[in-house]
Each structure stands twice: as C-alpha cells, then as structure tokens.
Ligand binder design. Sequence first.
Ligand code: TTP
Ligand code: MG
Length: 376
Amino acid sequence: MLPQATSEKIVLSIDIDYFFAQCEEVRTPELVGRPIVICVYSGRTDESGVVSTANYIARGFGIKSGIPIANAKRILKNVLQAVFLPLDLDYYEAVSDGVMQILRSGHPVVEKVSIDEAFLDITSECSRDYETARGLANRIKLEIKERTSLTCSLGIAPNKLLAKMASDSHKPDGLTVLPPDKVKTFLENMPVRKLIGVGPKIETKMNSLGINTIGDLASFDESKLSSEFGKNMGPRLKLLAQGIDEEPVKERSAEQYSRIITLKADADSFSFREELKPLTEDLSSRLKDAGRKCRTIGIIYITSTIRLRNRSRTIDRPTYSSGEILCHASSLFEELFASKEMVNLKIRRVGIRVSGLSSGDEREPGSSGQLSDYFG
Ligand code: TTP
Ligand code: MG
C-alpha cells in the first residue's frame, strides 16, 4: 500500500501524440493516412541527419525517433506514399503554445514539461475523486481536439511519476486512470526499463543483478542497490519502483504566448487586419491575467507553398495593450506584403506571437503619442 502522502494528490499527465508529425497533418490534411517522417537534416548530404519523430503509420514500418534518415529512407523506399519533412520548430512551438493556453486557461496549476507535455494538479478540481477526474480528462481531450485538431494521451494518478507512466501506457489517443489501489498491479510486471529514470545503461546493470521487472526492483535489497547505483540513486530508484514520488506539480509561467488562425480566404495583400483583432485581444488578456508585458511582437505566417515563417520586432516599452500589439503586427504584415518575399504567394494561416515577457510592473502603455494616434 502506498504512503498516504502520495495517494492524496491527483495528477494528470498529458502528452500530445506523434507531436511534430501530427502538426504536419493538421497543417496539410492531405497528408493524413500517409507515413510521415520528420527529419533533422544535418546539412552534410541530402540524407544525413536523424529522424525527429514519425506518425504511427510510419512507426508501423519500424521508423522511430533517433534513427538515421538514410535508414528511414531505406525502410520506406518501396512505400510510395511516404513523406519526409524537415523540422519546422517555430510552427510546432506555436501549436504547443495554443495547447498550453487551453490548459492554463481552464486549470489552476499547469507545469509545462516539454513542447508537447504537461502536468496538471487536478486534486481540488475533481474533489479527490478518480471518476470525476476521468470526466475532466475527457473534456480536456475533447477541447484540445476541437480547438487544435490534435489527439493526445492522458494519464491520471496519485503523482507525476505514475501519471506520466499512465499516459505513456496507452498511445495514441489514450486515457489511463490509475487510482492508488491499482498502482501495484500496474507496475509489478512492467519491464524495469519502463520506469522513468531507468535508461539503457541502468537497465543492463539491473538485468545483470536479476532485476527484470519494476516489481523486482521494488522488493530488491536497498543496501545492495545503494552499493550498485550510489547512496542517493539506489534508494531513489527503489522508491520510484514502489510508485512513490513526492515531486509537486510546479506551475511554470510561459515564456511566450501565440495564437494562429486560418484565414477566411487565402490573402495576397494585408486584407485581414480585422481577423487579427481577436488574436491580439486574446494575447492581451493572457498577458494581463499573468501580470506581464511583452517586449517582442512577432507575426507568423504560412503560405500554401512554403513553410511557416516569422518576423518580429522589439519595442522600447513593454506592453500588454491589444491595440499596440495589433499596430505592430499590422505594420509587420504591411512590410511583409511590400517585400519581394511575397511575390506570387498567398498566405493561408497567420499568427501573432508575443515574447520577451517582463513582470509587467513597468510603465503603463498608452502614453506614446505615435501609437495613441494610430489607435484613434
Ligand atoms: P515525444 O512526446 O517523446 O514523441 P511524439 O510526440 O512524437 O510521440 P508520442 O508522444 O506519440 O510517443 O516527443 C515530442 C516531440 O519531440 C516529437 O514529436 C519530436 C521531438 N523529439 C525529437 O525531436 N527527438 C526525439 O528523440 C524525441 C523522443 C522527440
Ligand atoms: Mg508526444
């Protein structure tokens, strides 16, 4: 039985499925149904570099993160439908921002762990009840799907370790609920490599000691673990194997906020200022809610033929004013359409990103003559 302290909390872990590849499916729906491989090209030759991730169709052929692109191409050489795309981190970050915003706007304690992963402490929201938590998780999945078209996998458990292992256990589009009384059975027969913190080297050493499952580790002699893995790590691994993890969900504030929309019609001129207004209002209220101001305002744009691009400018005086953000974004779009870059191109999706976030206790916006004039 787990100690009381770990069974009092309810933590939700969320991990977006095949994230970079799914972003590409959302951007180009014609790709859905085809094997997609996202590549980090090193630039030396056309094929040098590694696979960042792949969708589940490509994974079915044996493609996975970290393998050389050349191997992936060999594996898929007879699969005519397969597509190899370069990494587009700016775009994935903007999509990630959107998901984190959905989580932050509805829930008090959100810890972003990576670009596609977060923990939520939902203890108070679901009154410590796992069925209520399941309902909440289903609503989160639905909201993310409706607003971003992405699927993700969720895990609910008494702590971060178990929630993460639960969300990893059913992918894609999974929801795994792991109340305290199911923890022992969940962990017992799992290969020890599945325990967060056990990498390939530790696994090999554990196997040589006769530790093959997490259950084996949980009941292994603690002093022997200390002498093999060190006096801190040995006992820590044993606690993890027992499902014990006291790490709190730590709210981390965002470093940037962004919103992307698809335009009502592809645009070859800056005809969509009105469509930007809700974006800037949303960004402004997010800044205000967080008590912050931005120093850098950027635009994001995706054409029908090229990949995501962006431009930004840094302003002298940090702001959270929606009017000011709109003003700068508009002038960046005007500059863009006046540039050679847009000849014969139309924009399909646009976004605004604010970054360089300060604590917000600097001077109030609105005193700049030039900008006030612009807003009327
Ligand atoms: P993951 O969440 O580990 O992987 P994933 O989202 O592609 O697949 P799933 O969650 O369904 O198992 O990582 C998130 C993103 O991080 C992933 O889409 C691409 C990137 N990544 C790399 O670039 N290299 C890597 O080795 C890994 C593991 C991920
Ligand atoms: Mg993921």
